[in-house]
Design a protein around this ligand. Sequence first.
Ligand code: HEM
Length: 571
Amino acid sequence: MSTKDASAGFLAAAMLSSPGGAVVVPTFVAVVLAVGIMVALSKIDELDEKEPPLVKSRIPFCGHLLGMLKWQVGYMQMLSSKVPSYSAFTLRVFSNRIYVICDPFFIQSAYKNSKAFDFGQFVVESSQRAFDIGEQGMKIIRGETAPGYDPNGKFLNGNEGDCFLNENHKIMVECLSPGTGLSELNKGVLEKVAGFLNVIDGDGETFGLYRWIRDVLTLATADALYGPKSPLNSDSSLIDGLWDFEENMTMLMLNLLPTFICPKAYKGRLDIKHAFTKYYAENHHLGASKLIRSRLECCQRWGFSSNDIANFEISTLFLATTNSIPTSFWQLSYILSSPSLLASIRTEVESIVSRRISSDGVEEAIMDITNFQTHCPLLLSTFHETLRLVDAATSVRAVIQPTTLTSSSSNQTFQLKSPSVIQLPSGITHSSPKIWGEDVNEFAPERFLPSTKARLPKEKRRAQAAGYFPFGGGKHLCPGRHFAMMEILALVAATVVGYDVCQDDDVVGLDKVPERAFQKLGTAVRKPVADADVRIKRREGWEDVRWSFGEGKGVVDFGGLVGESESEYSE
Ligand code: HEM
């Protein structure tokens, strides 16, 4: 299956989920069907018995494509639940193969094999469509301007080859890994979060909880990345612009009358581009983070135009906010919906907050972020349990050479043909009763406590460690996971300890966890169906404190926080 075929399915799915879809979808599907049948009639080879078993659809050729269009992210979960004993299965869409890997140990093996399973083609394809990069910029992205470029050679000069995308990837990983770049980003984001908490006064404020978190973290993240002259600070309509883009990015990627089909997303992208053109022209990036400065220097060295450099910025903002913000909302919602959990987490967090009178006479409450791991196990466990339930990220890779996929826990193997596409859906493993037990659909706040895990049989513990991968894995493991985790924990911890969040004025907490929305293709973390209207006010005993976050005498164990110190599954 070619990249184009994969994105055709992806894009069609996006159409279905939008208000304009009713008009466009039938035409689009008819075209896809016609092309597909022609392709299908030209060459359909039989499945080899060593390939993952076939899961057939009642509708030949395109049944699975229609299934993906209709059920989107949930489709693979649905299919997997019908064949629970399959470690992997094959779908045929016209003459193409999609391998869906369900077993956590096969998934982890697939992540490790970045030679056979490539992500670059998808990044290239989506860059042009999502971020409106010009043709000269696309040449650079496709690696065509790289030294030693060979049109018949390896894509992007190979996995580690000399090209812009590989260099950009290294910069992202380096600046977001524990070290000075990450400390600088954390400091920036937490200062801003504290600022937003501090303006809530004794009378409290009323707002939609999701909307509040969205605005606070979007502004705080942009500030950490772009410095005090972040364009979002001077024009808050850019927050809506970013989220309008996020909502309908897949529609924009169609490149088909965007001002008509998805005008808000189109305008959002354009407004952000204009804001960043001005930002760079006025040299405001001199006050930006190491990540942004290094990226700019890299883009300029590879010869991108100012226009395309401004076009890129929405991608950085998008990646840095699209999953962290709904995750913060869900973690807070789960905690606030259980009075006993709220009380326990308050006690944990209180133990890492010190209070003192500052030189200006104001009482300060300083949260030591190096102590989350040692003092707040339940807060951490609820973070991971939240992600297990709301994150269903699917890693998609092109199979670029025929490959034997071997399970990392047994000798079982599958033969995978090329070209084809492999999907690694965390939604399947995160919701598997075989891995998590009968209460798999419940929110179990203690599930990720070290003491809970220690009680599990070794095999189960290994399956859970391999089957929980909210941040993906392998070469493209989310580089922003440490940053994300720190900003989410800090916002959630300070909100629960310093504030009463109420739906009913006298009762602290939420009546229930808001309903999760249908999950569209291309998204990792779900959104709520509707916002939760709340009143947030200072908690008794914390009325006049000024919040800040500090690093005390310790250091943050980021590996421990995201759960990477534990490697049970490879024991
Ligand atoms: C709860 C928050 C987050 C979640 C659940 C999450 C999830 C993911 C996942 C699953 C992937 C891998 C996709 C794949 O395998 O195809 C990914 C990639 C990525 N994420 Fe995150 N992410 C989060 C926050 C962030 C933040 C805050 C940033 C930036 C500051 C970020 C930057 C990136 C980048 C740059 C990539 C692409 C990596 C590559 O191509 O090698 N993410 N993320």
